[in-house]
Design a protein around this ligand. Structure first.
Ligand code: NAG
Ligand code: NAG
Ligand code: NAG
Ligand code: NAG
Ligand code: NAG
Ligand code: NAG
Ligand code: NAG
Ligand code: NAG
Length: 583
């Protein structure tokens, strides 16, 4: 949903913002400038595109979007006096620092991340009075991330270092924070609804829908919301509190870390907010931010669809939509009857009810509160949550024929970093220019931070062969499997974070690795050779061997560029994220 099928005019307007971090230390003002220039050229490009390609039926300078647009800052404010507002006036007072925090090693348990400060949940849900129900946790990829319950993934072990072990390294893969809707939804899509309402003449809403009479669509597109910005800042703080001690390794070797993100606006903003949380202002000299280009045709493991042609073919890359459509017809049937009774002059359809659910999530994470949330029952929210699982299962994860190919590039990088061995052959989405240069792709470091999209996180979990998430087999569009393992809200919410945690344990001389998704430890028993382990750990060497086997059997060129066909729907399934074998 994040990266695919962006229709050109509305979507990918991030080109030109890319810069490669200058050699030497990271300079934040340069980024800010590049960023501003990027935003400007993005607007210019969008406008230029629209002037030269007016849509056939109507001409609007922007696609259906917010009816109210607030551009801040004003282009040339009248009260700017840089000389009166220097950024450095000296006199900072004493600045002695202390030791690094190390919660993962020092605390009896780690803080739980729950709730979402700054967001207001609905006061009531339709027809609901019983037990507490957290609607924020039932929005699939639109949920703000939260610590999943201990043993949610089947390992009854907390994320802090197990008894007798200490943490020696962390490879963090995280998603951007809450954003506005993207332009590419193939089912639903909130902007569509705002377009439909005023178009239909003289409609009138009442009852629970009364608010619609004065409602306007206020959402932008693609970029981070203020709440999304805070999520990444908080994630940076949280990681520093848990893993700050890993910076000792850098001081020892007289180096600074390299973090990676992509050029897309929300990716860059997310990474910089993470860094501000992790390092604190000013960022200069504390790390180097690599900004890779997220654009069609560019090899990029964190935006792998850009060179994976098949992922842009709906029949291959968007297999989820028919399942979502079918499921929505079932779980929203009663809601539609209820909503129809409260509006005249518009012939509401199931997709409209679906969009109202999307609007609840999007308005909440953008504006702080949404009246759409109250319209649905807990069961309907559970249905919505599952609809998102169907979408991602079939389009980006175990049920998608291209998911493994998309995720394998990051797995190759992980193996390179863990084994201190450069990538041998660039035959997937890896980028030789960056990955063969130890300045942009250092090996064997104690700390890595990579920012990406939810689809890529799911591609990677699939490529890693984390088969416990696939235990329910091809997901049915007829009902929600009991106790399902594949939950997008657990795996790929806003600011989702995957910690590859490296451990040194007294019980064994072999270094160990654990995979921790949103504070839940993931079983590695589906990975060949990884033993049953009470704390979810696997020897790093065993993990690397299995990953090399997977890399060897994953044919990126076939998955992404190959000329294969698969019938739509349930006539063909995969549960390993792979296309039909090359014949
Ligand atoms: C609310 O619950 C009652 C009792 O279970 C049921 O009869 C009614 O149909 C429900 N209303 C809605 C709007 O779901
Ligand atoms: C909105 O969705 C409806 C129903 O799927 C579709 O027919 C229509 O083309 C969409 N409109 C826009 C502007 O995307
Ligand atoms: C690799 O990345 C660099 C920097 O982002 C970019 O300039 C180059 O075009 C990429 N190479 C390929 C083959 O996409
Ligand atoms: C980009 O990816 C293609 C396909 O894997 C590969 O053939 C090519 O060598 C890569 N280019 C670079 C510069 O990494
Ligand atoms: C970081 O330093 C610690 C303590 O010296 C060491 O145990 C660990 O192996 C180092 N990590 C890496 C990745 O070098
Ligand atoms: C990947 O998972 C499959 C299915 O569970 C299993 O048969 C296979 O051995 C695994 N491969 C590796 C290398 O872990
Ligand atoms: C791609 O290169 C890796 C080594 O980096 C190799 O193990 C794998 O077999 C290659 N894949 C194909 C399809 O040639
Ligand atoms: C695909 O999976 C669905 C759901 O489990 C099942 O009904 C269908 O028979 C499967 N299709 C094939 C070709 O195995």
């Amino acid at each position: 949903m994040s990266t695919k099928y962006a229709k050109l005019p509305a979507g990918d307007y991030e080109l030109e913002t890319a810069t490669i971090a200058p050699r030497g230390t990271f300079s934040s003002w340069r980024i800010v400038l590049a960023y501003a220039a990027g935003l400007f050229s993005a607007f210019a490009l969008r406008l230029a595109y629209f002037l030269s390609h007016p849509p056939p039926e109507l001409f609007t300078p922007f696609p259906p979007g917010s009816t109210e647009v607030h551009r801040y800052p004003p282009p040339s404010p009248s009260n700017v006096f840089p000389s009166l507002f220097p950024s450095d006036v000296g006199h900072a007072g004493p600045t002695p620092t202390g030791a690094e925090p190390a919660l993962v090693a020092t605390a009896p348990s780690l803080p739980i991340h729950s709730g979402a400060a700054h967001l207001l949940a609905p006061q009531t849900l339709a027809n609901h009075s019983e037990r507490p129900f957290d609607v924020f946790q039932h929005w699939g990829n639109l949920s703000p991330w939260f610590s999943v319950p201990r043993s949610a993934f089947g390992v009854d072990s907390p994320p802090e270092a197990p008894e007798g072990c200490r943490v020696t390294g962390l490879h963090l893969l995280h998603r951007h924070g809450a954003r506005y809707p993207t332009s590419g939804d193939s089912y639903g899509g909130p902007a569509n609804f705002s377009f439909r309402l005023p178009q239909s003449q003289s409609w009138k809403a009442r009852g629970q829908l009364d608010f619609l009479n004065d409602w306007t669509y206020k959402l932008g597109e693609e970029i981070l919301t203020p709440f999304g910005r805070q999520q990444l800042y908080d994630l940076g703080v949280s990681m520093r509190m848990k893993y700050g001690f890993l910076l000792y390794n850098f001081t020892e070797s007289n180096t600074i870390p390299v973090f990676r993100t992509e050029s897309q606006d929300r990716m860059l903003s997310s990474a910089l907010n993470f860094a501000l949380g992790f390092f604190g202002h000013p960022l200069d000299g504390k790390y180097q931010q690599l900004i890779t280009i997220e654009e069609h045709g560019f090899n990029n493991t964190l935006a792998p669809s850009k060179t994976c042609t098949n992922s842009h073919d709906h029949a291959k890359g968007d297999r989820g939509t028919p399942y979502v459509r079918q499921w929505a017809e079932i779980y929203l049937r009663d809601a539609l009857v209820r909503l129809r009774a409260q509006i005249t002059g518009v012939d509401l359809v199931i997709e409209d009810a679906y969009i109202m659910q999307q609007l609840c999530a999007y308005e909440t994470v953008a504006l702080g509160y949404s009246q759409f949330c109250e319209l649905f029952t807990p069961a309907e929210w559970a249905g919505f949550d599952y609809s998102v699982d169907l979408h991602f299962w079939y389009s980006s994860a175990f049920g998608s024929p291209v998911a493994r190919g998309l995720g394998i590039g990051y797995v190759q990088e992980l193996v390179a970093r863990l084994s201190h061995t450069p990538i041998a052959t660039h035959n997937s989405s890896t980028n030789a220019t960056l990955a063969d240069d130890p300045r942009t792709f250092p090996l064997g470091q104690s700390l890595y931070v990579d920012a990406t999209h939810e689809v890529v996180v799911l591609n990677v979990l699939t490529a890693l062969n984390l088969t416990s998430f696939a235990k329910d087999g091809p997901l049915p569009a007829t009902h929600i499997p009991h106790n399902r393992a594949f939950r997008t809200a657990h795996l790929a919410p806003f600011a989702t974070n995957v910690q590859f945690q490296l451990l040194s344990c007294d019980s064994t001389p072999d270094p160990q690795i654990r995979v921790i998704v949103n504070d839940g430890v993931v079983p590695l028993t589906g990975i060949r050779g990884c033993p049953e382990s009470a704390d979810g750990a696997c020897p790093v060497s065993v993990f690397i061997d299995a990953m090399r086997e997977i890399i060897g059997e994953t044919d990126w060129a076939w998955a992404c560029l190959g000329d294969w066909e698969v019938p739509p729907g349930t006539a063909w399934n995969t549960t390993r994220g792979a296309p039909p074998e090359r014949s």
